[in-house]
Design a protein around this ligand. Structure first.
Ligand code: FAD
Ligand code: SF4
Length: 510
């Protein structure tokens, strides 16, 4: 039996299920850099460099192991500009007994692949993606019959299933499942944050950089100073570096933001986890080991593991449970277009400028910048979900539909009605002031709410609360906000709402 095995750009691991039982003597592997995937959104240049270079390194490693790999490098004049065109052609050329692939991470492509059997006239074997701890079916089973889906409950199941930070008696190590309450410190410069882990581009990566510069000049961001790992070996070194230098402080400063540090104590491992260069369970085991050996405290290690086996798995489950309708959700009826400054960083709001500028340079911003700055602003200003989702999908090196969409549409925009949070993550400027030093460098005043130079987040926050009263005032977790709002002097309330309206009417000038 000779199979044609398709490996996609986010499936770069020799353990990928599509390769199970494959034989390098008979089977052939297909990999392609295609225009349709590279251009369906304005992908950051560093994201394109990262994926193309990682694919080329992976294909070379396969060839070195004796596999026959049909690899298409990107060129705008290539005959095939889609995965489907490329695979269809190889099917005609090589006449395989079947096409084998691992389920992809995006509904759009998934739908296409489901048609291939009929279109190509060969059986297509779509295998489960075993890199995830919970399969789609397992998540659907867990979700069935539950009135509400809460990450924390799912996370505990994943802890039990993997045995991560579980005592021999089946209890959570340290006595608690969740140490989040310890993870909200503001970072004020000490201890110093480690420099980012760097891999200098090799000849392959340098070639990809110049190709991306040439063929995608209009795409967002810059390819300059590219220093991501593009092989499993270097990604493993990035993990080691994180465990040694950042993990001990990861917990305490997880929610912090800084004028001077782009990465703080975050792992910057998401691009590698999502494209297959690192295995999620192995990453968590390395973190757990750091706790067992006294190298990192429990709040840091538990917090880190929760992000991976809790949030990461949970958002994937939500995506596959609810697509394709999920992508069209807009329960808050938002209508405002995405302000242009999301692409330029050209805004006087210091926190927004810093988050967007870091995104432009690095194809990275950490979770709190994504959630509480750029996300929070989009939520408060009522930006159309599809436009803000498209922005997040484009600008981050770790962004794929299955993980970006629930985070943005669900967690940030509350457009799905609340799978990912029992209340919206809406916050005024006070939150940003509490967790960062941005406000002291900002022309707006965070202590004012309706004056001409008042922090835009403040009035927009109250406008959000006010305009969604029907939806949220009955939510027990928001009752206090409504009481606070109703208690304010009516004249002040009117001024705040007027200031918010002026801001929204002149949103490009903020
Ligand atoms: P760390 O802070 O070091 O966390 C460790 C790991 O936990 C991450 O590498 C990641 O794999 C996982 N993780 C943490 N939070 C989440 C989460 N909410 N969902 C899924 N995984 C999580 N993550 C992506 O991988 N791709 C995206 O496209 C993406 N878009 C996001 C959009 C918004 C609006 C928000 C609020 C979050 C988004 N996230 C996304 C989640 C999270 O912000 C990133 O995973 C994280 O910032 C990556 O940086 P890191 O590796 O340094 O993470
Ligand atoms: Fe951001 Fe407002 Fe602080 Fe300026 S004052 S940095 S806009 S939160």
């Amino acid at each position: 039996m000779a199979n044609l095995i398709l490996i996609l750009g986010d499936q770069l691991t020799p353990d990928i299920s599509a390769l199970n039982g494959a034989d390098p003597r008979h089977d052939r592997i297909a990999m392609a850099e295609v225009h349709d995937e590279a251009s369906y959104t304005n992908h950051h240049k560093k994201k394109l460099v990262f994926i193309f270079s990682a694919m080329r390194h992976f294909a070379r490693a396969l060839k070195d192991q004796g596999w026959q790999v049909h690899y298409q490098r990107y060129h705008p004049q290539n005959r095939h500009q889609s995965i489907e065109g490329f695979v269809g052609d190889l099917v005609s050329l090589t006449q395989p007994d079947r096409v084998v692939t691992t389920e992809c991470g995006e509904w759009r492509l998934h739908e296409q692949i489901l048609q291939w059997q009929e279109r190509f006239g060969v059986p297509v074997d779509i295998r489960s993606d075993t890199r995830f701890i919970a399969s789609k079916q397992e998540f659907a089973h867990w979700a069935a019959d539950r009135k509400s889906l809460r990450m924390e409950h799912f996370y505990r199941e994943m802890r039990r299933k993997t045995g991560l930070l579980i005592t021999p008696e089946g209890q959570p190590e340290g006595g608690q499942w969740n140490y989040d309450a310890d993870n909200r410190k503001k970072w004020t410069g000490q201890p110093p944050a480690p420099a980012p882990f760097r891999v200098e581009p090799d000849a392959t990566t340098k070639t990809v950089i110049s190709e991306v510069e040439e063929h995608f000049p209009e795409h967002f961001g810059t390819a300059e100073d590219f220093h991501f790992a593009v092989t499993a070996r270097d990604a493993a070194l990035a993990l080691e570096y994180f465990i040694d230098f950042a993990l001990p402080c990861f917990g305490h400063y997880q929610d912090s933001m800084s004028e001077h540090e782009d990465w703080l104590f975050h792992s910057v491992l998401s691009p590698y986890l999502n494209c297959g260069l690192l295995d999620p369970v192995q990453v968590c085991e390395a973190a757990a080991h750091a706790w067992y050996t006294g190298q990192a405290p429990i709040n840091a290690v538990e917090g880190f593991i929760r992000q991976i086996i809790g949030w990461r798995e949970f958002v994937r489950g939500i995506y596959w449970l609810n697509m394709p309708d999920y992508a069209r959700e807009n329960r808050l009826d938002n209508t405002r277009p995405l302000p242009w400054f999301y692409w330029t960083g050209d805004t006087r709001m210091r926190c927004m400028h810093k988050a967007i500028d870091a995104t432009r340079r690095n194809a990275y911003a950490h979770h709190i910048q994504r959630l509480m700055v750029t996300g929070n602003f989009a939520l408060l200003a009522g930006i159309k979900p599809e436009e803000i989702c498209d922005w997040y999908l484009a600008v981050y090196a770790d962004a794929y539909d299955w993980v970006e969409l629930p985070n943005v549409l669900g967690m940030v925009m509350h457009a799905d009605g609340g799978y990912l949070g029992s209340k919206p993550y809406a916050a005024s400027g006070k939150y940003i002031q509490r967790m960062s030093d941005h406000c002291t460098h900002c022309p707006y005043s965070v202590s004012q709410s309706f004056e001409d130079n008042a922090c835009p987040f403040n009035s927009l926050y109250w406008h959000f609360i006010d305009r969604h009263r029907d939806r949220f005032s009955g939510n027990p977790r928001m009752a206090m906000m409504y009481r606070n709002w109703d208690r304010q002097d009516p004249v002040k309330r009117a001024r705040i709402l007027a200031r918010a309206q002026t801001l929204m009417d002149n949103i490009e000038q903020i």
